[in-house]
Design a protein around this ligand. Structure first.
Ligand SMILES: Nc1nc2c(ncn2[C@@H]2O[C@H](COP(=O)(O)OP(=O)(O)OP(=O)(O)O)[C@@H](O)[C@H]2O)c(=O)[nH]1
Ligand SMILES: [Mg+2]
Length: 441
């Protein structure tokens, strides 16, 4: 889960306010105090936390209430706006077209993995990527990039001995739209690394120089972004490993305050775990508003269309559609990640492990559903004792497994009903505020 701790803090904060019948000065003080604690735990710089709380309190408690808003609504809106501003505010821009990208960063920050992810990202947007292996420092680096290139279906270039020669040769020979240059990592941004990156920059003349920063360095991201910018010049940052650290909030806030733009975020080890960074949508998801646009993008990447997503969100399904939808969702990534993007669902507490379905189980479910009659598939509620045993026999499974499927179906249906197919926020108490936040619901 992305930004687990930070996300939980934010979600908890918003849920708490939503549940308050009266928001007064005391409540604001208390909630801001809790938020401070969560931010500090996420390794956000203390001075920045103090500044943020001051801003929030001023806007909510001292400024005049804008017409048509209650204090509670103003509080929610202010929190959202300020946290978005804190984490970068503007959506990242990246040209979807022919270009050259140089990727830099310290040892093991996630450069090579991110290059493969970025290549895939462009590929699903109709462009051809080519990967250039300019890391001659680490023995297996070129082989690693080569394998990743094969995996994503990108061209690969490594002709030459020195990084500079490899870059030159690739520029001469490559015909791909997006050329991405890998570079060697170092323990620190020393003279040697700076020289190499500058030299590569002169030869490549990149449109983008992306610095890769792992989220687990927290607030130290500020210094790193500033140093790289000063010595080699960067156009943006890729923050990786946001899935694996409590310090993710700190790293994002620190990068934002350095003046560098976060362009992509890495949210896992798989090739698909990369997103163009959009703080508005990102925060919306963290606080439980979901992210329809993100969901649609994931769907597109998985080769699904909008109607598949709509069906998932409407939650009106029989046993036949049930399996189809779980399949669709799984194509978009682990269910727990997809669930974060479904409005309503993302704010909900879902039992642990419920969204962790293995391939093997899905196959068994297919057999069980195949063994049901048409009527049973359309009305699974009618499946009781004798029928359960018959279905288990017919599908070569056990009655316990059939019961499990039925239970799972019921649970999912219940949850989807609660989210009202993602319409909860369209009509619910948050609707007006969501509109004010500029969120698409
Ligand atoms: N969980 C998680 N792991 C990641 C992410 N990005 C990269 N990694 C892992 O981080 C490790 C280092 O990744 P690399 O891409 O090899 O890093 P690098 O910067 O190219 O490393 P060097 O070339 O040795 O400097 C690998 O185990 C990756 O799987 C991410 O977003 N989430
Ligand atoms: Mg590497």
């Amino acid at each position: 889960m992305v930004l687990k701790k930070f996300g939980d803090t934010l979600k908890g904060t918003f849920r708490k306010i939503a549940g308050m019948s009266l928001v007064d000065k005391e409540a604001v003080e208390m909630i801001v105090h809790e938020l401070q604690r969560g931010l500090i735990q996420a390794d956000v710089d203390i001075a920045m936390v103090a500044e943020l709380s001051k801003n929030i309190k001023k806007k909510v408690l001292e400024d005049k209430l804008p017409p048509g808003l209650s204090l509670k609504e103003l509080f929610i809106k202010t929190l959202y706006d300020e946290i978005v501003a804190f984490l970068g505010e503007e959506k990242a821009e990246i040209k979807i077209g022919k270009q050259k990208i140089l990727v830099a960063g310290l040892f093991a920050s996630g450069k090579t993995t991110s290059i493969a992810k970025i290549a895939k990202w462009f590929k699903v947007r109709g462009l051809n990527p080519g990967l250039v292996a300019c890391d001659t420092h680490r023995a297996a680096a070129q082989e690693q990039l080569k394998q990743l290139a094969q995996k994503v279906g990108a061209a690969f270039y490594a002709e030459g001995k020195k990084p500079e020669d490899i870059a030159r040769n690739a520029l001469k020979n490559a015909k791909e739209d997006v050329l991405i240059f890998d570079s060697a990592g170092r323990d620190a941004l020393d003279k040697e690394l700076a020289r190499e990156l500058k030299e590569l920059g002169k030869i490549i003349k990149p449109d983008e120089v992306l610095l890769v920063i792992p989220a687990d360095i927290g607030q130290a991201a500020k210094k790193q972004a500033e140093e790289f910018n000063k010595l080699v010049g960067i156009t943006g940052v890729v923050v990786t490993k946001l899935d694996g650290t409590a310090k993710g909030g700190g790293s994002l806030a620190a990068t934002a305050v350095s003046g560098a733009k976060v362009k992509f975020i890495g949210t896992g080890e798989k090739i698909g775990d990369l997103e163009l960074y959009d703080p508005k949508r990102f925060v919306a998801r963290l606080i439980g508003y979901g992210d329809i646009q993100g969901l649609l993008e994931k769907a597109k990447e998985a080769g699904l269309d909008e109607s598949d997503v709509k069906k998932i969100m409407e939650g009106q399904f029989t046993m036949i559609e049930f399996q189809e939808q779980i399949k669709s969702m799984r194509k978009m990534g682990p269910l727990s990640k997809v669930a974060e993007m479904v409005p309503g669902l993302s704010g909900m507490k879902i039992p642990d492990g419920m969204l962790d379905i293995q391939e093997e189980k899905m196959t068994k479910w297919q057999y069980m559903i195949d063994s049901m009659t048409k009527d049973e598939r359309e009305n699974p509620e009618t499946i009781k004792q004798n029928r359960i045993i018959r279905i288990a026999h017919g599908s070569g499974t056990s009655d316990i497994e059939v019961r499990e499927l039925l239970k799972y179906y019921k649970q999912i249906k219940k949850i989807m009903k609660l989210t009202k197919g993602g319409k909860g926020f369209k009509r619910g108490p948050f609707a007006r505020i969501a509109k004010q936040m500029g969120l698409k619901t």
